[in-house]
Design a protein around this ligand. Structure first.
Ligand code: FUL
Length: 482
């Protein structure tokens, strides 16, 4: 009798232990984002601005011997740039404070090769200051591009240049902050003016710049800044400049050498790695024009509104951020053709994502964690990014059903993982109910911060999202249907 009671209480406590285990939140799985990376994810769409002497010499890469006198915008208005970006819904702007040619858009005291020796505002202009202030006024975050490769500087290639580069960073981060992102360009082309030597200079990108020291120095000035480079440390390149993140896109990757300068890793950068030990999400940088700088000859080659929308679906819609380059023209204004495309793009976004059917849908799940309301499928549509639906730890296959009460046309499905606990989903499918039968309309792999799936528009009353495989139990914070 006593023995039986012992057995019973043992079984009872195992039962209690098990069910309570499933009522606590899932533990983080794999690599997870830092606070500053989380803030970066939430920006989604940002602007890139390429502007320098190239704008006036009609080049993409200035040699470094350009006369500062060529920099002379005739109707310059940085507010016009930021205003249009705000209208389109872009959340931040990254400015080429110095491109490879070495010309500085602010009056740096460490070089003569800057706006101070140009006719622009009689040498009293400061584009970095104007853009920073306009961003502040319109509520956009401000970011800095300072090309490591400098084809103008006499010391490029020797240790003295590293001091110069760090001095400039100190100027930028102390006089123009706050800076949300620092963009470290991976290009190191070789030949240049170099103070008149006009020669080819090769550096070893992995050692020359001593990035860990520089980054620590900048972080002391700006703890929240994220660093972009080919391979991080905070944000990685997506491996191409055509606006396409990987259809499979893991935010994690194993490369943690800071400055690769390596070739042949584009594919890896595009997809990331499922088992990557570091959270380094991909950023998609692409220009609204064929070139990064303004060229009059490209006025009729501005990407159309629908091309921009497709890029949005392939970048933001695949869990990356979009960094869309919009280069000012020789007047110092965003050209009318670019403005037209941008406003058209905004219109397409507004139309596509106008009415979220999920908000009023009846949502159910094949199962939810410990049957606890804390993890109920209702959390998917409550508009609160901190709540989520999850399953028990060992359950890596589950589904969500949405019933719209009446037949509705569905074209886009938005899914967001709760990435604070890691990126988990490996494969999913979407079905719609047609003539009382489930029909598969989409298959996909990763989700991450955000996935937007476009399907052929279809009238239906019910959709089902099947999470077919996951590295650990699915943890989904948001689903929208349009
Ligand atoms: C590249 C540069 O060489 C281009 O000129 C441009 O700035 C692009 C964003 O990055 O590496």
């Amino acid at each position: 009798m006593k023995k039986n009671r012992l057995l019973f209480s043992l079984l009872f406590s195992i039962f209690i232990f098990n069910s309570s285990a499933q009522k606590t939140p899932p533990l983080p799985f794999g690599a997870i984002p830092t606070k500053r990376q989380l803030a970066w994810h939430e920006l989604e769409t940002n602007a890139f601005v390429h502007f320098t002497t190239n704008t006036f010499t009609d080049k993409e890469w200035g040699y470094g011997d350009e006369n500062p006198q060529v920099f002379n915008p005739t109707a310059y208005n940085a507010e016009q740039w930021v205003k249009i970006m705000k209208e389109v819904g872009l959340k931040a702007l990254i400015l080429t404070c110095k491109h490879h040619d070495g010309f500085c858009l602010w009056p740096s005291k460490f070089t003569e090769h800057s706006v101070k020796n140009s006719p622009f505002k009689n040498g009293h202009g400061d584009v970095v200051k104007d853009v920073g202030e306009a961003c502040h006024k319109y509520g956009l975050k401000f970011g800095v591009y300072l090309s490591p490769w400098d084809r103008n500087h006499a010391d490029y290639g020797s240790p003295g240049y590293i001091d110069y580069y760090r001095n400039q960073l100190t100027e930028l981060f102390t006089n123009y902050g706050p800076v949300f992102e620092m963009w470290l360009d991976g290009a190191n082309g070789g030949d240049g003016f170099y103070g008149g030597k006009r020669e080819n200079r090769k550096i070893d990108g992995s050692t020359y710049y001593q990035w860990p020291v520089t980054i620590e120095m900048v972080r002391k000035m700006e703890p929240e800044v994220v660093f972009f480079s080919d391979v991080g440390p905070d944000i990685r390149w997506c491996g191409n400049e055509s606006g396409i993140a990987g259809e499979t896109n893991w935010c994690s990757i194993n490369i943690d050498t800071l400055y690769a300068g390596k070739s042949g890793i584009e594919k890896l950068l595009n997809t990331g790695e499922e088992t990557g030990n570091k959270w380094i999400p991909a950023e998609v940088d692409v220009s609204i024009r064929p070139g990064w700088f303004y060229h009059q000859s490209e006025d009729d080659k501005v990407k159309s509104a629908s091309e921009l929308f497709e890029i949005y679906l392939k970048s933001v819609g695949r869990g990356s951020n979009l960094l869309l380059n919009i280069p000012p023209d020789r007047r110092g204004l965003i050209h009318e053709n670019d403005v037209k495309s941008l406003l058209g793009f905004k219109k397409l976004l507004d139309e596509a994502f106008a009415q979220n059917l999920a908000k009023k849908a009846n949502v159910s799940a094949s199962y939810y964690r410990g049957n606890s309301n804390d993890f109920s499928p209702k959390n998917l549509v409550d508009g609160n990014k901190e709540t989520y639906w999850a399953t028990d730890d060992n359950m890596t296959n589950a589904n969500i059903e949405m019933n719209f009460k009446k037949q509705s046309t569905v074209k886009y499905i938005v899914i967001q993982e709760y990435i604070k606990l890691g990126q988990r989903i490996k494969s999913f499918s979407i079905e719609i109910m047609e003539n009382n039968k489930w029909k598969t309309v989409a298959n996909g792999t990763t989700i991450g911060y955000k996935r937007i799936i476009k399907i052929n528009p279809v009238k239906t009353q019910k959709i089902r999202i099947n999470f077919l495989d996951s590295r650990a139990c699915p943890v989904i914070s948001n689903i929208e249907v349009y």
